[in-house]
Ligand binder design. Structure first.
Ligand SMILES: [Zn+2]
Length: 253
């Protein structure tokens, strides 16, 4: 299966939201109230500081409820609503049908998966690295959207945001074997037998297997490692580096 080529920069736009520099998926800008993006690295900054600035800014701009997760590279997807408790649940995905709720996940090489249904305006936001792909977090997110929020997956649009590209993401034989089980095309062997994984290809493959039309899936033109001046990369930098981006999605009041 082929996914859309890496030439969609025209569909992404740098902008500002909640007092923070972000990259957003342009086609959704015309949807009333829909707010979505990934923070761009401002400087070396504690992710918690970025979170506080962004969430405080968004609270003043139509979001009464902010939801985040204790991420564990798993497949647990939570419903984000006004009635869910204020604690931080463990999980790697949020879905919502409510206005005024903003969901956030943190990323640095892992894929921020944005899901949107233009008819019901339900949305989903997932964090998917290699372990999330192997655990099929996107399938679980789509299942919750379909079964709990009653969304027809044929209508759903997906934007796979900035994350590590297959040229930069070398994996060991075990990870390669695990990911090749998802889709053979998601792992490429080159450079004398070295293996490289394409997380966004794998996610697109999983989404289409759930019934999301291929033409509704868009891939960011940005790699967090190739474009390390714009984004934090777990691989390109020290793995102990502080930097992380925040991906966020919601519909404002
Ligand atoms: Zn790259």
């Amino acid at each position: 299966m082929k996914i859309r080529p890496w030439s969609l920069a025209a569909l992404e736009r740098f902008s500002k939201e909640g007092g923070t520099e972000i990259l957003r998926f342009q086609p959704w800008e015309s949807v009333p109230g829909l707010c979505q993006g990934v923070t761009v690295r401002p400087s070396r900054e504690e992710p918690e500081l970025t979170y506080r600035r962004l969430s405080a800014g968004m609270q003043g701009e139509g979001f009464g409820v902010i939801r985040r997760l204790k991420q564990v590279h798993g497949a647990r997807v939570m419903i984000a609503g006004k009635d869910t408790p204020g604690s931080i649940p463990t999980g790697d995905g949020l879905v919502s049908s409510e206005i005024g709720v903003l969901g956030l996940v943190t990323i640095a090489d892992c894929v921020p998966v944005f899901i949107f249904d233009p008819v019901s305006a339900c949305w989903g936001l997932l964090h998917a690295g290699r372990r999330g792909v192997a655990a099929a977090v996107i399938k679980e997110g789509l299942r919750v959207i379909k079964e709990t929020l009653k969304v027809d997956l044929k209508r759903v649009e997906i934007y796979l945001g900035p994350s590590i590209c297959p040229c930069c993401y070398e994996v060991g034989p075990e990870v390669a074997r695990l990911l090749a089980k998802v889709s053979q095309g998601g792992v490429v062997t080159r450079n004398g037998g070295r293996r490289y994984a394409d997380l966004r290809h794998l996610l697109a493959f999983q989404a289409t297997s759930c019934g999301v039309p291929h033409e509704n899936i868009f891939t960011s033109a940005y790699c967090t490692s190739c474009h390390n001046e714009l984004f934090y990369s777990f691989r390109a930098e020290s793995q102990h580096a502080l930097g992380r981006m925040w991906a966020f999605m919601g519909r404002r009041e």
